[in-house]
Design a protein around this ligand. Structure first.
Ligand code: NAP
Length: 255
């Protein structure tokens, strides 16, 4: 006998930011495979993700929003809720990275990364929390995407490291405030995953080889490696998990 209902997202409507590509696309596809309805949120067309999910017989829609503007992001989430009904889960995946020596790092590169990776993430959580708490008995799940640079310093990525350390703090404080009120807030810390975000690293033969040599699993991760962990964090199976930061990193942090 097999009963995987605790891991099912059947009947759940989940918002995934940055679902057009990379890790966000992997998460969206995993959610659809688990029976959930995905609402992709981002600034670019999501035709590829829509096509993959349609091919699986799943349900996908998209909403356009530039997450550099947290007020616009909050208004978009409110509008989604008002026009199409309640949302059961929020995956804050969208993120950018800027590289530069700390001594030369510009305010623009600081602000743009903090705005998308941390500020909009927090304020989307805030709107989600307000909407869930406005309906007595409703529950919700938040999954934030952190990084190895939530734990390590990195190099030439000052604003990204600051933002990703901040994602851990925000995940923990919201878990503390919301655990008893019906919202689980957790985070996934991906290791080195093959996406646009890491294209520069993979194009540099020395950097790429040194990263690979340090990963116990002996390979870079794929977006699908993150997707199924997200499904667990969105499903009933993780109802007693609050404030956890789960590395999915091929063993990088264990090294
Ligand atoms: P990616 O392929 O570059 O995708 C980033 C996503 O964020 C895209 O959908 C992008 O949309 C969206 N986005 C960026 N700025 C936005 C904005 N202002 N408004 C709306 N959407 C915006 O990168 P990824 O590797 O999949 O990264 C996804 C998440 O995982 C990020 O939070 C990243 O920090 C984290 N992460 C990645 C790795 C890795 O190894 N790849 C490791 C640790 C953590 P556009 O396509 O329109 O730009």
């Amino acid at each position: 006998m097999s009963d995987l209902s605790a891991f099912s997202l059947e009947g759940k409507r989940i918002v995934v930011t940055g679902a057009n590509t990379g890790i966000g696309q992997g998460i969206a596809v995993s959610i659809a495979r688990a029976g959930g309805t995905v609402v992709g949120v981002g600034r670019s067309a999501m035709d590829e993700t829509a096509g993959i999910i349609a091919g699986l017989g799943g349900s996908f829609s998209e909403a356009r929003c530039d997450l550099g503007d947290h007020a616009a992001a909050q208004a978009m989430l409110d509008e989604l809720w008002d026009k199409s009904g309640p949302i059961d889960g929020l995956v804050n995946n969208a993120g950018i990275i800027s590289r530069g020596d700390a001594v030369d790092f510009s305010e623009a590169d600081w602000d743009s990364v903090i705005d998308v990776n941390l500020k909009s993430l927090f304020f989307l959580c805030q709107t989600f929390g307000r909407r869930v708490f406005a309906e007595p008995g409703r529950r919700g799940k938040v999954v934030n995407i952190a990084s190895m640079l939530s734990f390590q310093g990195g190099i030439r990525v000052a604003s990204y490291t600051a933002a990703k350390h901040g994602v851990v703090g925000v995940t923990r404080i919201l878990a503390n405030e919301w655990a008893a009120k019906g919202i689980n807030v957790n985070a996934i810390a991906p290791g080195y995953i093959e996406t646009n975000n890491t294209a520069i690293l993979r194009a540099d033969p020395d950097r790429s080889a040194s990263i690979l040599a340090r990963i116990p699993a002996g390979r870079w991760g794929g977006p699908e490696d993150i997707g199924d962990t997200a499904v667990f964090m969105l499903a009933r199976a993780s109802d007693y998990m609050h404030g956890a930061i789960v590395p999915v990193d091929g063993g990088w942090l264990a090294r």
